[in-house]
Design a protein around this ligand. Structure first.
Ligand code: NFS
Length: 639
């Protein structure tokens, strides 16, 4: 059993973990310790549960059976098990995109109570999709955009609209040649499930290409489509301040945590918390305090500056403060364990999606048409729960960290346009060319209860910053970097001299003391934004994205979604580091194909797309490898 200090670098998490243990409350960190001995077959990707001949297991070291009953060997098993993971990731993000598209359609038809907050973006997206905007009303254009989005789940031939729109041409050529460009998200997911079933695709390399298709489905019907439509509905993020840590809970107020991923309901909860603030006063509270958890938290902080309380692995500890009246969840990354913790307190867990329920939790159904009713009911429930709070149980750590976020590509360009109004990206390109910025790294992904929280994310970021690599960040990794002051001017001490000077100069142009060393680009679906930035830079230089000195790093991943996002980056030729074992070690062929270099014999991701997988659990070593790859790409570019 690990001590709190071994579990997290965050002293507030350590404090709350000690409180949980003293009260006999079990959390994910304890369960990670209880299940520490992991199945060696599954860990290597060598357990097949595809049919009732099995489960079949192949011994990782080669002794014992070499094939399952059907004859599938280790390479096939590992490739299939990876594709299974990819299907989960792609399906989650595709469903996110589809739900937002439906909400936009209902809004355009006047059936859902949302407004189009960013008309400029709506028009840009419509033009990008080659839709007619002349003489059309805002709602007509919005309806056309929503229908184009929904078509990405229905088409039977051609290429997904969002790939036509957002996909980088030079990457497209490779995907088209390989025949892996997705037609529609649902069709590709169904095909992937079929090929992965018993008696389907047995060719490990073909299965790996299937994984790349899942990466593209995730990237375009999930990430790009969601970011574009959410910006249209809720506004494109702009520089904003927020506070981070468990200390954002307010003892004097009614606290509501919004947790999950889709901002459709949580945006409404923020609205209704303001409308019903007066009711909070009638029950003796000083107001209503909304705090974010995971990526719903990221969505709200990016657009509204809502404070964020926790990343994935410490989500249960928000409840352990004893000051939480409700935790509202939508989809993804929601631990069922929150309900057991909530039962020790007055906290009400409220599920909101018909396909994501938890035994014992309250369910308030969310449909875009009735978003106001659901949000109102949830806020009223939280207000009622305040009376049940046991003040003796309240322990809230102190010391929230101030951070800056909201760095959409549009916001970054607005800042750099102050140096070059005609070509806003030029100052960044010049800085990359002359070495002021050695490279760009997207530090993304999760926290994982089995890993020491924040250490991987923060160490990789600090090592790269020290070497003048500009960091952009999303997801729970962004929570880690915010906590350790890499999202305010204090973090400048972590930067190399040339990067620091540039951040100071750009920050002052933006009216801030400095740009933060880690630019928060949003939630995990907002991993579209780093790719859009790279795409635009590659276009200016007329090179493929794979030529740019850019890398991705996911040091503390746990989620299939993070692996799918990583695959989407690799499909564009960006090297991706993962700090947690991706469970592919059971097949040399699969591991070599993913992690090998272009010079190696045989087919490799690097050879096909120009970007490879780097598996390294030591964050210092991982950063050193990423720097090597950045330098290799700089040299090849002649800069
Ligand atoms: Ni991304 Fe966001 Fe966090 Fe990981 Fe989960 S919340 S979508 S998957 S754990 S970063």
């Amino acid at each position: 059993i690990r001590e709190p200090e071994e579990i997290s670098n965050d002293t507030q998490v350590q404090q709350m973990l000690a409180v949980a243990r003293s009260r006999g409350i079990e959390t994910a960190f304890d369960r990670a310790d209880q299940t520490a001995a992991r199945c060696p077959f599954g860990s290597a990707g060598l357990c097949c549960r595809s049919c009732l001949e099995g489960p079949c297991r192949i011994v990782p070291n080669g002794s014992g059976p070499r094939r399952g009953v059907c004859g599938a060997d280790a390479d096939t098993l590992v490739a299939r098990s990876l594709l299974n993971t990819m299907i989960q990731g792609a399906a989650g993000h595709a469903e996110h995109g589809r739900e937002v598209a439906e909400a936009l359609l209902k809004t355009a038809e006047g059936k859902a109570p949302y407004v189009i907050r960013d008309v400029g973006k709506l028009m840009r997206v419509a033009k990008g999709l080659n839709l007619e905007t002349e003489g059309k009303s805002i709602n007509e254009v919005a309806k056309a955009v929503a229908l184009a989005a929904l078509e990405d789940f229905q088409k039977h031939e051609g290429v997904m609209n969002w790939i036509e729109y957002r996909g980088h041409q030079k990457s497209r050529e490779i995907w088209d040649k390989l025949g892996i460009t997705p037609v529609n998200a649902h069709l590709e997911i169904a095909k992937a499930v079929t090929r992965n079933a018993m008696g389907g695709d047995a060719d490990p390399l073909n299965l790996l290409l299937g994984s790349v298709t899942m990466g593209l489905v995730d990237g375009y019907s999930g990430l790009h489509l969601s970011s574009d439509l959410q910006d249209i509905l809720f506004g494109t993020p702009k520089a904003v301040k927020f506070n981070y840590s468990l200390a954002v809970l307010d003892e004097k107020k009614i606290n509501i945590a919004v947790h999950g991923h889709i901002p459709l309901l949580s945006e409404k909860i923020v609205e209704w918390a303001q409308i019903l603030e007066h009711k909070a006063l009638t029950v003796g509270a000083e107001g209503i305090n909304i705090v974010g958890v995971c990526c719903t938290g990221n969505e709200l902080l990016m657009r509204q500056g809502v404070h964020a309380a926790s990343s994935f692995s410490s989500q249960e500890l928000v409840i352990v403060t004893g000051a939480l009246e409700a935790m509202v969840v939508d989809i993804q990354c929601i631990m069922p364990g929150i309900q057991q913790v909530a039962e020790c307190y007055h906290t009400e867990i409220i599920t909101t999606m018909p396909h994501v329920k938890i035994p014992g939790a309250t369910h308030v159904n969310f449909e875009p048409e009735y978003a106001d009713d659901a949000a109102r009911e949830i806020v009223e429930r939280a207000i009622r729960n305040f009376a049940k709070r046991d003040q003796a149980k309240v322990v809230i750590p102190t010391g929230a960290v101030e951070a800056h976020a909201g760095f959409s590509v549009e916001q970054i360009c607005e800042v750099t346009a102050k140096i070059n109004a005609d070509k806003p990206l030029q100052p960044l390109i010049d800085a990359i060319k002359d070495g002021t910025i050695r490279g760009v790294a997207a530090v993304i992904g999760c926290t994982n209860p089995r890993e020491p929280q924040d250490i991987g994310n923060v160490t990789v970021a600090r090592e790269l910053l020290k070497n003048n690599v500009l960091i952009v960040t999303t997801g729970c990794a962004a929570h880690s970097l915010a906590k350790y002051r890499l999202m305010n001017e204090d973090g400048l001490e972590a930067c190399g001299d040339s990067l620091k000077a540039m951040l100071l100069q750009l920050g002052q142009l933006a009216g801030l003391p400095a740009l933060p060393p880690a630019l928060h680009m949003g939630s995990c679906v907002d991993n579209s934004r780093p790719l859009d930035l790279l795409s635009a830079i590659a276009d200016e230089l007329d090179v493929p994205i794979s030529s740019l000195p850019a890398v991705g790093s996911c040091p503390e991943t746990h989620s299939p979604k993070a692996l799918t996002i990583g695959t989407y980056f690799m499909a564009h030729g960006v090297d991706v580091h993962v700090g947690v074992d991706p469970q592919i070690s059971g097949s040399n062929l699969v591991a070599r194909t993913l992690t090998g270099s272009r010079e190696d014999q045989g087919i490799t991701m690097d050879g096909l797309f120009g970007g490879k997988l780097i598996v390294e659990s030591d964050p210092v070593r991982a950063a050193a490898i990423l720097l090597e790859r950045i330098d290799m790409k700089r040299e090849a570019l002649g800069i």
